[in-house]
Design a protein around this ligand. Structure first.
Ligand code: FAD
Length: 106
């Protein structure tokens, strides 16, 4: 079976990096691609209990694709939901871009 922690760390790196590379002003087709991708991701993520909870959360918290900042914050909120579930500290979503795109400011 997959190592759920290692899989999670690698997957969050991928997902936050995906939001960092998303356009600041996406076209309708770029927005539609992300919506399709996240829907399929929720069905295919190879930790089935994780995927089930994530799909439930996405059903109530629709992916926000109107800008890079909205998509990045939405992903941060998704990650915080899992952090809460696992008893981990929540991340300050005002800092998602510093962590995943621009690097920390001093
Ligand atoms: P991770 O949570 O993997 O975080 C990696 C890095 O991301 C952190 O070091 C931090 O710098 C940064 N970070 C942390 N929070 C945020 C945030 N909110 N926004 C932006 N950056 C942040 N594990 C389970 O045991 N049960 C589950 O049900 C479960 N569901 C998951 C669902 C999904 C969709 C994913 C991708 C993973 C899931 N995991 C689940 C795995 C879990 O979230 C962690 O990845 C794993 O426990 C390893 O945690 P970690 O403490 O190393 O850091």
């Amino acid at each position: 079976p997959p190592d759920v922690e290692q899989l999670g760390r690698s997957t969050w790196t991928f997902l936050h990096t995906l939001t960092a590379s998303y356009p600041a002003n996406p076209t309708p087709s770029e927005q539609s691609n992300v919506q399709q991708f996240m829907g399929l991701f929720g069905k295919l993520y190879p930790c089935w209990v994780c995927a089930e909870d994530f799909q439930d959360w996405m059903a109530k918290n629709k992916v926000r694709t109107e800008s890079r900042d909205e998509f990045g914050r939405w992903m941060c909120e998704a990650h915080n939901e899992v952090n809460r579930k696992l008893g981990k500290r929540e991340f300050d979503c005002g800092k998602w871009e510093e962590r995943w795109r621009t690097g920390w400011k001093n």
